[in-house]
Write a protein that binds this ligand. Structure first.
Ligand code: SF4
Length: 754
């Protein structure tokens, strides 16, 4: 199931009929994005046109990819579905838990030791359920997916925000939470609001120091970190066709930084070359036959303003290299203006570390272009002034660039090769001295540069640029250096200038690898045992949640009336808690500890109605649970906004909260609550929020005739003996009401599988 040529064939066989059906209902020429979306409707061929930015649509993705941190809860939940195998080809990638400290070999050995139980669980659960497993050291999820699984015209979801990288190979690839991944693997539809469309027309051709990275650095400056929200960005034009496939991947990858749902390029010869270069000539041959459906219609690209909601045009011939930052990826500086910006803002000009690689920029082309700069350091008697690290994106790329002598070039310049993993990009960097929190500058070819992301130091000024610019800056050790115009003094006292980078798109001798780090799943996993120790504090098998008892709910205690913003981070905090993300009971000790109690304006301090004492939210809820008393959480507007983390819905369910009653919900969180069998309710009259008192005991009335579009009632039994009855709304449809009755969506799937 991990790599399924039959699946791709099926997508292509049906493409013509599906695109033509879409053409009829949309009734105008189609963008590439529309073709792929309409070709992946859960209900088959399109029968209606969807409104961009408004319609919620069920889709049927072709693939699921999961990284090791988020895969844990997704797979623990999937096990609840009772299926013998995943419903669509899926893979797990061990990349996020490896800390960069001393170099690839030692760091990998340490990670294998420290994360042994997590890796054993992921390996065994993958083996059992038909999931491809990429071991620690095999590479970073998005690079491995691009090299092995992405295909033009496909649709993929992945439990990581940079899943969008696969748009470089013509795929609608979207980052989601673990609950969505679980659903798709379990055979359910995946819902997405039909996106708005932003068209980016690329003209001209890159040259000199400018690379594909500079396209997205420029776009980030134009659209800012919010400008792509709710939209898919579609790149087209002669400039797009001139970019390498991996360069396209870099652009799509960093599209996550503008908040875009995803980004995509149409199928072209560069993609075909990459498919062939990575051992997938069969996919290229199939794609060639349906090529017309793997790009937007000519009328669309001729008059983009008529078909996209927004159009941006960039001339690659005029595009300058960019450096973005610090602290945000949308603060875009053309190279010629950067030195002045550094001086004016007083950012530390001395560059401490240059870091290249990551899932964003570790292609063969990236490495060879950066190496062409590194080689000059040696040839021109320059000594690199900054520390320098290289993070290969996959073992295949690492092996190939080592074979071709490029890693040696970096080492000659003083570089350290890190494991094929996320490392410093996700804060897995044991950076010496970071704890002193000194003001300093680093520059990376990664995608994100928010404060503390790389090394935990809020005073690290992190900048983002292409690998070749990072390499040049690391040689100079000075952020005010402009490699396109300035000279450097070498060890002989001579003034030398760096020549423009030169790279090779695909290895002339082809890619090679000795052990890619892949474990294929068992043909028949029925006898495979999933490895989870009962004494583990990081992993815990889930128990199915109980079905609804069939009556109205009475005698519920108010757990907390949250005031103001209550995001999924307030409900289930990240940081140190993430190590428990595979252990529902342990991570539940962070439940709502960030929410502010309306009655005392404090975080993590609520009244235990059984004792009258104040205590932490999880401890209070555990006391109610022990006494077999249900509870209710009350919240304000847009409750549950933020990341789609499923723990924010699972924790209250696990600890015995029965309902969440708020002024309004963030939609994804509301859906997550429904999937877990919780009641997600809204005040019919938002002012009724004020009627909730600290000592209330609460009844929920009307559940025995629970129906779509029919409000429920809530009785607030106040401590003084008075009562208020209020009306509450919900958005459950008939199917979701069945989820509630069964105690959760997975309970229904399990019942249907047996
Ligand atoms: S390298 Fe960075 S951006 Fe890429 S998957 Fe890892 S943490 Fe995410």
């Amino acid at each position: 199931m991990a790599f399924d040529i039959e699946m791709i064939k099926k997508v292509y066989d049906n493409l013509d009929a599906k695109v033509n059906a879409a053409r009829k209902v949309v009734n105008k020429p189609l963008t590439l994005t529309e073709k792929i979306l309409y070709a992946h409707l859960w209900d088959g061929e399109a029968s209606t046109a969807y409104e961009r930015g408004k319609s919620y649509v069920d889709f049927a993705p072709d693939r699921v990819a999961m990284q090791d941190a988020t895969a844990q809860m997704a797979l623990l939940q999937f096990m609840q579905a009772g299926r013998p195998q995943v419903a669509v080809p899926s893979t797990v990638h061990c990349d996020h838990l490896i800390q960069a400290k001393e170099g690839a070999d030692k760091d990998l050995a340490t990670a294998n030791n420290q994360n042994k139980e997590v890796y054993e669980f992921l390996s065994s659960v993958s083996n059992k359920y038909g999931i491809g497993f990429w071991k620690p050291g095999a590479g970073i999820i998005h690079q491995v997916v691009l090299e092995n699984y992405a295909f033009p015209g496909g649709m993929m979801i992945g439990t990581d925000s940079h899943t969008v990288n696969a748009g470089g190979l013509g795929m609608v690839a979207i980052g989601v939470g673990g609950a969505d991944a679980c659903d798709v693997m379990a055979g359910l539809a995946w819902e997405l609001k039909f996106p708005k469309l932003i068209g980016v027309k690329l003209t001209g051709k890159l040259s000199g120091w400018t690379s594909a990275k500079d396209v997205i650095l420029k776009v980030a400056g134009i659209l800012t970190v919010k400008g792509g929200t709710g939209a898919i960005v579609e790149y087209f034009g002669e400039g797009a066709n001139s970019l390498s496939c991996t360069g396209k991947g870099t652009i799509c990858n960093m599209g996550a930084e503008i908040g875009a749902t995803t980004s995509i390029f149409g199928y072209d010869t560069k993609m075909a070359d990459y498919l062939r270069g990575t051992g997938r000539a069969d996919v290229a041959a199939m794609a060639d036959k349906v090529a017309a459906h793997l790009t937007g219609d000519a009328e669309v690209y001729a008059n983009p303003e008529q078909y996209f909601d927004q159009v941006i045009e960039i001339n690659l011939s005029e595009l300058e290299p960019h450096i973005n930052g610090p602290f945000t990826p949308d603060l875009a500086w053309p190279l010629s203006k950067f030195a002045a910006a550094v001086k004016e803002a007083g950012w530390p000009a001395k560059l401490e570390v240059g870091l290249i690689g990551s899932c964003t920029n570790s292609s063969y082309e990236d490495i060879t272009r950066a190496a062409s700069i590194a080689q000059q350091a040696v040839d021109k008697n320059l000594v690199a002034k900054s520390e320098f690290t290289i993070t290969p994106g996959s073992e295949q790329v690492r092996y190939t660039v080592e074979r071709d002598g490029y890693l040696k070039i970096f080492e000659n310049m003083g570089g350290v090769v890190l494991a094929n993993a996320c490392g410093p990009c996700i804060g897995q960097w044991a950076r010496h001295g970071a704890e002193k929190q000194e003001k300093n500058s680093i520059i990376t070819s990664f995608n994100r540069n928010f404060a503390k992301r790389a090394d935990g130091n809020p005073n690290t000024h992190s900048f983002v640029a292409s690998p070749e610019i990072v390499t040049a800056m690391a040689i100079a050790g000075d952020l005010t250096f402009n490699p396109a115009t300035d000279t450097l003094t070498n060890s002989k006292g001579e003034q030398v200038k760096l020549d423009e980078p030169k790279g090779i798109e695909l290895p002339i001798k082809g890619f090679a690898v000795e052990d890619a780090g892949y474990q294929a799943p068992a043909e028949d996993g029925s006898k495979v045992q999933v490895l989870v120790s009962e004494t583990s504090d990081r992993l815990q098998l889930l128990e199915p949640f109980k079905a609804w008892e069939g009556t109205d709910l009475s005698g519920l205690k108010l757990l907390i009336k949250a005031k103001g913003k209550c995001t999924t981070d307030h409900i289930s905090m990240a940081g140190p808690w993430l190590k428990f993300r595979g252990h529902l009971d342990n991570i539940s000790n962070n439940m709502l500890i960030g929410a502010i109690n309306f009655f005392n304006e404090k975080a993590d301090s609520v009244k235990n109605q059984l004792t009258g004492e104040y205590g932490s939210v999880p401890a209070t809820q555990r006391a109610y649970k022990a006494a077999n008393i249900g509870s209710i959480v009350v919240g304000d507007e847009n409750y549950g906004e933020g990341s789609s983390r499923e723990h924010a819905a699972m924790e209250p369910r696990h600890l015995g909260v029965r309902a969440i009653l708020v002024k309004s919900f963030a939609r994804i969180h509301e859906t997550n609550l429904k999937k877990q069998g919780m009641l997600a309710l809204t005040f019919a009259n938002p002012a009724d929020y004020d009627k909730i008192q600290e000592d209330d005991t609460i009844d929920i009335i009307g559940l025995t005739s629970f129906a779509a579009n029919k409000p429920l009632s809530i009785v607030l039994n106040h401590a003084d003996g008075s009562k208020d009855e209020i009306s509450v709304n919900h958005t459950y449809n008939e199917q979701q009401i069945e989820w509630f009755k069964a105690g959760g969506a997975l309970n229904i799937i399990r019942a249907s599988v047996k």
